[in-house]
Design a protein around this ligand. Structure first.
Ligand code: G3H
Ligand code: 13P
Ligand code: ZN
Length: 324
């Protein structure tokens, strides 16, 4: 099976009440961990690549590694550009064989967002085979590549804008802002309550009212959630027990993402949780074996932890297992 776009996957996910995981990849071990987990769970999967990943690994390496994963697993895999900042990077990825792109003009005024998104959609949809396009309305807090949105400067998606945006752009899916946020420090401690027993922060709930209003206005249309790592505390603990110093790292609770997956949300973006799992595996290995210096030993443990967390997400959060 060749790489696929997201159209049919989202149609099935919407009807089936589950979401597809969109996991960021930067190197071979991460690609292998994600796709081996998806294979064992019999799940479709989206491998996404940011501008930073392209800079780190070079586009050609990422493309060939993802193609290798398709050949190795036989899974329906989407190769997606994450947070494309302008038309040029989207065009470059479409010309280079990506099957899906995100144009992220969400920081621009509404009319400008529409114009840039429309231009990308025209190019992507004219491509043979058809390349699917994701766009964004509203802004999330956190860091993406060079763009840092301070807490307090984020803005929820305005449901009254979504129909016009989708109609005028022709976009295939829409990322919305309902309180998720990028990175491992999604909420400031003062936005959270603290569990008196564990000391772990409990963040404010997602704005399901906005999600519901958006899906009423766009029936059957696939919605995307960015910034959806849950910052699983067992990995934070392993990191901190083995020399790390992650203080008050907090994410979106998994039960809320589970709920969103049963609604109009068809794609959930997870990156930070994989970074934490990789770091936990490597730190634990290094502390236990200070004499080791073969990268296959410690990176191999990181890969195993990433595979474990991806399986957990597929089965317990996304519900995309056994959907092939
Ligand atoms: O949303 C951003 C992703 O986590 C990618 O992060 O730009 O550091 O590769 P990055
Ligand atoms: P996290 O930082 O929550 O993993 O979000 C990743 C993301 O949205 C990638 O686009
Ligand atoms: Zn994102």
């Amino acid at each position: 099976m060749p790489l696929v776009n997201s159209k049919e996957l989202f149609e099935k996910a919407y009807k089936g009440g589950y979401a597809i995981g969109a996991f960021n990849c930067n190197n071979m071990e991460i690609v292998q961990a994600i796709t081996e987990a998806a294979k064992e769970c019999n799940s479709p999967v989206i491998l996404q690549v940011s501008a930073g990943a392209r800079k780190y690994a070079k586009p050609v390496y990422l493309k060939k590694m993802v193609e290798a994963a398709v050949e190795d697993t036989g899974l329906p895999i989407v190769l997606h550009l994450d947070h494309g900042a302008d038309f040029e990077i989207c065009k470059d990825c479409i010309d280079g064989g990506f099957t899906s792109v995100m144009i992220d003009a969400s920081s621009k005024p509404f009319e400008e967002n529409i114009a840039i998104t429309r231009k990308v959609v025209e190019y992507a949809h004219a491509h043979k085979p058809y390349v699917t396009v994701e766009a964004e309305l509203g802004t999330l807090a956190g860091i993406e590549d060079d763009v840092k949105v301070e807490h307090g400067s984020e803005s929820y998606t305005k449901p009254e804008q979504v129909e016009e945006f989708v109609r005028r752009t022709g976009v295939d899916s829409l990322a919305i802002a309902i309180g998720t946020s990028h990175g491992a420090y999604k909420f400031k401690p003062e936005q959270c309550t603290r569990d008196p027993k564990t000391g772990v922060l409990c963040p404010p709930p997602l704005r399901f009212d906005i999600l519901e209003e958006v899906s009423k206005r766009l029936p059957g249309f696939p919605i995307v959630l960015h910034g959806s790592s849950s910052v699983n505390q067992e990995y934070v603990k392993i990191i901190n027990d083995n020399g790390g110093a992650l203080v008050d790292a907090v994410g979106v609770p998994e039960d809320q993402l589970r709920q969103a997956s049963t609604m109009a949300v068809c794609k959930i973006n997870i990156d930070s949780d994989l970074r934490l799992a990789m770091t936990a595996g490597i730190r634990e290995h290094m502390k236990a074996h200070p004499d080791h210096f073969d990268p296959r030993q410690y990176v191999g443990d990181g890969r195993k932890y990433v595979k474990d967390i991806v399986k957990h997400k597929i089965v317990d959060v996304l519900g995309s297992n056994d959907k092939i």
